[in-house]
Design a protein around this ligand. Structure first.
Ligand SMILES: [Zn+2]
Length: 209
């Protein structure tokens, strides 16, 4: 064969016919089990970086005013949480709870979990909770609905614009960026690679103890 490259295992000197692995694949020495080719870590690195960016953005998205209007000469501005509170006060508490969970609590938990998991994998740290964190994150995936909340903000803005000119706040820009980051997070997270990595870490941990 012309396109095979033989390489000696650095540990036991066995000659191995190395095939370029797929993303997420690991090549071990068949004799001593030494890890010869590392999996591509881009997914872990990207998830780690995006989670940090998402957590940082979470602060302005939740605490800076999203929209401001001037009503009867008085300036009003709303943050994400004040929307939830006013829904609650208008006897729409089931809606306000759904909005709170889907646009504040679940996204926060989701980003925190992906930071926790990718951080452990990035630094090759084992934790016996990694498997349950992964399961929790999968469940939360279905419940993060920032886009739905975004739609209701747009509807509210269009309605308000007929009454008074709107001032778009930094909170809104942060929130839109947060939506993009959450979407990128979901697409960059290579679940297969993450599970393989967790399995490897738990094996290494068993060997070490
Ligand atoms: Zn070997």
């Amino acid at each position: 064969m012309n396109n095979t490259s033989y390489q000696a295992c650095p540990e036991c000197d066995l000659l191995i016919d190395l095939v370029q692995p797929e993303i997420g694949e690991k090549i071990h020495c068949p004799r001593c089990g030494l890890l010869l080719l590392r999996p591509r870590k881009q997914s872990i690195e990207r998830t780690f970086a995006l989670s940090i960016a998402g957590l940082i953005l979470f602060v302005p998205a939740n605490f800076l005013p999203m929209v401001g209007i001037t009503l009867l000469g008085k300036a009003n501005s709303g943050i994400l949480m004040s929307g939830v509170i006013s829904l609650f006060n208008e006897n729409m508490w089931p809606v306000s709870i759904v909005v709170f969970l889907a646009s504040i609590l679940f996204p926060l938990l989701h980003i925190s979990l992906s930071l926790l998991i990718s951080g452990h994998l990035y630094f090759n740290r084992y934790n016996r909770n990694l498997v349950s964190w992964m399961r929790w994150m999968h469940h939360l995936d279905e419940w993060v609905m920032l886009e739905v909340y975004m739609l209701s903000i747009i509807v509210a803005c269009v309605k308000l614009m007929s009454i008074s000119p709107l001032i778009l706040g930094w909170g809104l820009y942060a929130f839109i960026t947060l939506i993009f980051i959450t979407a990128l997070l979901t697409s960059s997270l290579d679940k297969e690679l993450f599970w393989q990595h967790i399995e490897q870490l738990s094996k290494d941990n068993k060997h070490a103890s």
